[in-house]
Design a protein around this ligand. Sequence first.
Ligand SMILES: [Zn+2]
Ligand SMILES: [Zn+2]
Length: 362
Amino acid sequence: MKAAVLNDYGQPMRIEDVTIDPPRSGEVQVRIGATGVCHSDYHVIKGEWKYGLPMILGHEAAGVVEAVGPNVTGIQPGDHAVLSFRPACGRCRMCALGRSVLCEGHTGDRFKMLDGTARVHRNGEDLSVLARMGSFAEQVVIPAEQVVPVRNDVPMEILALVGCAVTTGVGAAVSAARVEPGSSVAVIGCGGVGLNVIQGAALVNAGRIIAIDLLDNKLEFARQFGATDTINASQVNAVEQVRALTGGGVDYAFEVIGNARTVEQAIEMTRAAGTACIVGMAPQGSRATFDPLALVTKETRLIGTWYGSARPRIDFPRMVELTVAGKLKVQELISRRYTLDEINDGFDRLGRGEVARGVIVF
Ligand SMILES: [Zn+2]
Ligand SMILES: [Zn+2]
């Protein structure tokens, strides 16, 4: 099969012929229908997150089940499935709490199968796959616990985005921060995930939703997804502007970039008794600062959320239903489609902030 392989940091991926083994016990083979071009992959490409190379990236994906290995229940060939990039062993403390995103049930290499071996090879050499998935390939073999079957009448490009951007953004607003109806919200960073925080806040009837970005084209997208106000932070002080618009700060501020300075701004633009919610994923080793006295005297709630704090088996089908019902816009997020051969162009455009979401369609 064809796959995009990252051989060196800071270099384009190469489309290469690789081989894939059949699924072993507890594994599922999936023919990828669509896979998103997400910033998390971009961190690895740029070397901001360093893992072992060579590696097949790609963690936002959906496809059709091609084959199931022994000891897999509840998944059949032909099923349409959204893939989760986090494990869910079902037995650890975090899984028992309903917080499988934080699953700590597996200790092995996160870029190989659960038995520690690889299913994808290049001339006999094992290849690592991001998140035990590596969806920048025509097919994947993935642990069954990361495969969530869904209804089979929804376009693959929509299902793919449910696998990361939609669940991460909507979940941040709805499940992690629990935005209350009528409350005020600020969202710093209006890429694929940020737009979903905005529509998640709109879904639960937030009042004022203030979108903040450096690019006017992204602020225009933000209005289409429910932002009531926009701030171009390249022209004004975003913190002062949010305080002025809301009479002292927002009830909920979301940081969706992963930048230390904007994390600080999110805390600063939150009003007393408010919540600052960190969604963006920073480069490894970065540090942000805050004023601890202000955190106490404003009783600020500072929280992080990963993957929308989702329970994929519950939340993926719900996101799909909300989309079919017209309550979430997902097709509208997709501003560019690529073939696998065009993947490097896709990341270049992501880097330049040209797209809401780009998707590779097979
Ligand atoms: Zn992602
Ligand atoms: Zn677990």
